[in-house]
Ligand binder design. Structure first.
Ligand SMILES: Nc1nc2c(c(=O)[nH]1)N[C@@H](CN(C=O)c1ccc(C(=O)N[C@@H](CCC(=O)O)C(=O)O)cc1)CN2
Length: 305
């Protein structure tokens, strides 16, 4: 070992990790505590209907994990696994039964649905008070009008992940890359609600690079590896990667090169282990709230306005 080597090499900067596994475990524990207190006091255990249509491999993984989360949280999961050829009418009939069932507090229909079924018709057929995915037009409207009710799980999970790590968003310039109904649009509403100056980019946006370069907070939800290049990220930015891309070898990766972006960002969420577990934890939280329970959270939610 050469002890005379000049100490000129600087340690490479590495971002701090937005740890979705730790944050989600903390939320699920609080949901569990609240439910067990309620049940010990003679209350009914919350019930979640978990509906999977078809056998999409990714959906099967997510639904299996959600059913496991229900066990951890003390929520009664009722499983409905329907054939890929199920008609829209059959699915709407099932949702009507679940809407009318007093033992069911939340209804989750895993997306995407097979092509013969209209997703909008299905999500809007769920009783808005049981809409634990927060996709019903009424619940999205509430979020838009600063009267949040049941909120979409992924955007709520991103906000919870930031809060869990003590990150303040108010007055920051945030960019949401991708404008899907499930993530991008409600994500922009969450950021607005938290007081961020919010830009949403989408497939018709010119000069994505210019927008990303100006952002203090980058939330990327496209589902395309490399869509945001690491060199566009402002030094010290917060990077939240919502993308989940399955590689040929079975591994999953996000939309942004994690190693390279870590050299510039102050904080970054990994894939796996970032937003995905938070999406699931928010489903548990929404179900407890739909059942009328108050859950004391392990973080201070962003103040709204
Ligand atoms: N009804 C819904 N459908 C879909 C939603 C949703 O919120 N409600 N969102 C996405 C997928 N999604 C939720 O279901 C989801 C995505 C990822 C994860 C997750 O736990 N990811 C893990 C990795 C899991 C793996 O190995 O693949 C991680 O990132 O660490 C959970 C849920 C579309 N559909």
């Amino acid at each position: 070992m050469n002890s005379n080597k000049p100490a000129t090499t600087q340690a490479a900067h590495s971002a701090r990790i937005l740890d979705g596994n730790a944050a989600s475990a903390a939320v699920i524990e609080r949901v569990h505590d609240s439910i067990e207190r309620h049940v010990a006091a003679g209350g009914r255990r919350p019930g979640l209907a978990v509906v999977l249509v078809g056998a999409d491999p990714a959906s099967q993984i997510y639904v299996r994990a959600k059913r496991r989360d229900c066990e951890r949280a003390g929520i009664e999961a009722r499983d409905f696994d329907l054939d890929a050829s199920t008609s829209q009418e059959t699915l709407l009939d099932l949702i009507q039964q679940l809407n009318d069932d007093p033992a069911i507090d939340g209804i989750l229909v895993q997306l995407p649905l097979p092509a013969q079924i209209d997703e909008v018709a299905v999500t809007n057929s769920i009783d808005a008070d049981k809409d634990v995915d927060g996709f019903h037009a009424f619940n999205v409207g509430r979020l838009a009008l600063r009267q949040p009710g049941l909120r979409p799980c992924t955007p709520r999970g991103v906000m919870a992940l930031l809060s869990f790590h003590g990150l303040e968003i108010r007055s920051k310039h945030a960019i949401v890359v991708g404008a899907s109904n499930i993530v991008g649009r409600p994500m922009s509403l969450e950021l607005l609600l938290a007081g961020a100056t919010t830009t949403v980019t989408h497939r018709f946006t010119h000069d994505l690079e210019d927008h990303v370069r100006q952002a203090d907070v980058v939330v990327c939800a496209v589902g395309k590896p490399g869509v945001v290049r690491p060199e566009w990220i402002q030094p010290g930015a917060i990077v939240v990667d919502v993308g989940i891309n399955r590689m040929a070898d079975g591994r999953i990766t996000g939309d942004i090169d994690f190693e390279a972006a870590s050299q510039r960002a102050a904080w970054i969420s990994p894939v796996p282990g970032g937003v995905g577990p938070m999406t699931r934890a928010m489903l548990m939280l929404n179900t407890a709230e739909a059942a009328g329970l108050q859950v004391e959270l392990p973080y201070h939610p962003h103040s709204t306005g």
